[in-house]
Design a protein around this ligand. Sequence first.
Ligand code: NAP
Length: 307
Amino acid sequence: MEQVVIIGTGCAGYTSAIYTARANLSPLMLSGSQPGGQLTTTTEVENFPGFPEGVMGPDLMMNMQKQAEKFGARIEYQQVENISRREDGIFEIKTNLGLIESQTVIIATGAAPRHLGLPNEKELIGHGLTSCATCDGAFYRDVPVAVIGGGDSACEEAVFLTRFASKVFLIHRRDELRASKIMADRVLATEKVTPVWDSHVVEYITDEEGEMTSVKLENLKTNELSNLDVKCVFVAIGHVPNSQFLGDLVDLDDNGYIKQIPGTTSTKTSGLFAAGDVADHVYRQAITAAGQGCAAAIEAERFLADA
Ligand code: NAP
């Protein structure tokens, strides 16, 4: 029987692990298909305190993992299918490899990239459609590419892609970026980036081999349609929280974020906590996820002490 199981290995998960491990609770972390979470798909993180020169996202996550393991956290690669709570209050976590019992569970499963919902999207992933510039940018050297979105992620991806692509089109559905001023100013000052305002993609167009060749755009102000030749589209239009596997144990808001009891990381089920992007639709920062991971760990520790 485990005392604490942490599901997810992003900033929230590792911070929970560091705190619960230091409290001698020997946490078990379950890592899904993206170990290290969203920061492993980013480049330089400039706003995580303590790194005046910035830090590469994957390096930051590797250090968090080392720190958690140093204090006794265990990491296993198992995909959680569902969780239930027995009458005696013990959680049963069903994974692809078996059943794990635990007194408390911290959900830190983060969020997955959102896509547009166009018909040939699934087939195009890996053939000119992606949501990770860090992972796939280098495959598209000296060719035009596009980024969809107007937030910090889209701006960051667009600037990063100028290292490889001949030209980067930033397709945004409005004529003003949502990104922070520093990111917006930076992207708009980048020579290779051309913003395409008030537009959205209505079709991904491919060649006979199924590789992306262009996108059909609609101007949302004039309804004019046009084609833009690009070899790859990087979609950066936000994320969907990974909360669907929790069933009735939690309440979700309209966008699928886990509802916490105000002022805490507790969910409506006692002993079940939620931290980071799976529960936070407001801040969604690495540092706030880490802060919530810390809070969830302390609350789990107190819950166990009172049990
Ligand atoms: P976001 O801030 O939610 O921005 C999503 C963007 O996608 C918005 O511009 C939105 O347009 C657009 N969009 C959403 N749905 C769309 C659709 N169906 N079709 C076309 N466009 C669509 O998401 P994010 O950029 O991933 O950022 C998430 C959080 O992480 C934010 O809090 C951000 O500050 C943070 N972040 C920080 C950094 C950093 O500080 N280094 C880097 C990356 C992310 P509208 O603007 O019209 O709504």
